[in-house]
Design a protein around this ligand. Structure first.
Ligand SMILES: [Zn+2]
Length: 313
C-alpha cells in the first residue's frame, strides 16, 4: 500500500453560503466524518491548510479580479458576479486557504511523501474563470495547481480529468490553447454552464488537448464506464501525463438534487481504479483529486469513500 494524503481543515467550513444553498459547510463535515470512521484513517498523510500567496492565485486569475472580489467581499457583498456564488466576509480568506491547501497537497505528492491524495476543500473551483466567479466557485483550485506544478516542478504534461456532472468551463478556458495541460470532462449536456460541446477540442497549439464527453440526462454507470474505456483511458495512455488531477464532483450521483445522471457510488471506485492504472503506467503513481460538486450528503460521503477505497488498495 502506497501512502495516501488527505487535506481537510475546519477553516473550510467558514465559507458561509447562507441557508438553503446546496454548496454548504455540511458537505465537508459529512465527508470528514466518513473518512475519520474508516479503518485506514490513521495511516493517511494529513495535509495542512495553507494560505495561498496572491502571486500563486495570479497563475490563473487576473490581478484586477482578485482585487475586485477582495474589496467586494470586505464591503459585505452577498453575491459575487451571479446569484449562484454566495459569499460571506470570510470567503476571500477561505478561498485562499483552499487553493493553498491544494498546493500543499501537490508538494506532498511531488516530494513522494504520498502518491495519491484527496483535497476536501471548499469553495470549489472549476467554474471560476480568469476574471469571473461562477457556479459556487471563486478561485479555480485545480487550474492554479496545474500551473503551480508546471512552475515549481517543470512538468510538461498534466492531465485533468473532470467527472463533476457540470462542465468545468473555467478549467477548459484556462488551458484550451495549452498542449501542456490536457483537460478531459464528462458532464451532463445540455446543462449548466452551457459549455462543453464535443466540438470544443482546443485552440491553436492546444488543438487536440481538450476533450469533452457530453452525457445525456439519464446516463448510467454503463455509459460512463464505456466513455472511460473507449475514450478517456486511451487518450490518457497516448498523452502519457506526468501527473493526473481529478476534478472530483459527486453530483452525477443518482441521488444528487442538481442533475439527472444516475451514477452509483461504486462508479467512483471504478473510475479511480482506471485512472490509477494510467498513473501507475505513466505518472509515477501520482494522482490528486480535488473536491468540486456533490450535494446529497450521503452520496457525497460515500463517493469520497470509494475514491479512498481505490487509493488504499
Ligand atoms: Zn458540479
Amino acid at each position: 500500500m502506497q501512502p495516501c494524503a488527505y487535506l481537510y481543515d475546519d477553516i473550510y467550513l467558514k465559507h458561509d453560503t447562507g441557508s438553503g444553498h446546496p454548496e454548504r459547510p455540511e458537505r465537508l463535515t459529512a465527508i470528514d466524518k466518513r473518512i475519520r470512521s474508516l479503518p485506514f484513517y490513521d495511516n493517511l498523510v494529513k495535509i495542512e491548510k495553507n494560505k495561498a500567496l496572491i502571486e500563486c492565485i495570479e497563475l490563473i486569475h487576473d490581478k484586477d479580479y482578485i482585487n475586485r472580489i477582495k474589496s467586494e467581499i470586505e464591503s459585505g457583498t452577498v453575491y459575487l458576479d451571479s446569484m449562484d456564488t454566495v459569499v460571506c466576509r470570510d470567503s476571500f480568506e477561505v478561498a485562499l486557504y483552499a487553493a493553498g491547501g491544494c498546493m500543499n497537497m501537490c508538494d506532498t505528492v511531488m516530494d513522494k511523501k504520498a502518491y495519491t491524495g484527496f483535497c476536501a476543500i471548499r469553495p470549489p473551483g472549476h467554474h471560476a474563470e480568469r476574471a469571473q466567479a461562477a457556479g459556487f466557485c471563486i478561485f479555480n483550485n485545480i487550474a492554479i495547481c496545474a500551473k503551480y506544478l508546471q512552475k515549481e516542478y517543470d512538468l510538461k504534461r498534466v492531465a485533468i480529468v473532470d467527472w463533476d456532472v457540470h462542465h468545468g468551463n473555467g478549467t477548459q478556458h484556462s488551458f484550451e490553447m495549452d498542449p501542456s495541460v490536457y483537460y478531459i470532462s464528462t458532464h451532463q449536456y445540455p446543462h449548466y454552464p452551457g459549455t462543453g460541446d464535443l466540438n470544443e477540442r482546443g485552440i491553436g497549439a492546444g488543438k487536440g488537448f481538450n476533450l469533452n464527453i457530453p452525457m445525456q440526462a439519464g446516463s448510467s454507470d454503463r455509459d460512463y464506464i464505456e466513455a472511460f474505456e473507449s475514450t478517456i483511458i486511451p487518450e490518457l495512455d497516448r498523452y502519457s501525463p506526468e501527473i493526473i488531477l481529478i476534478s472530483a464532483g459527486f453530483d452525477a450521483h443518482n441521488l444528487d438534487p442538481l442533475s439527472s445522471i444516475h451514477l452509483s457510488s461504486e462508479s467512483y471506485y471504478t473510475f479511480t481504479k482506471m485512472l490509477l492504472n494510467i498513473a501507475e503506467k505513466h505518472s509515477g503513481n501520482r494522482l490528486i483529486a480535488f473536491l468540486e460538486g456533490g450535494y446529497d450528503l450521503d452520496a457525497l460521503a460515500e463517493g469520497v469513500e470509494m475514491v479512498f477505497k481505490a487509493f488504499m488498495e
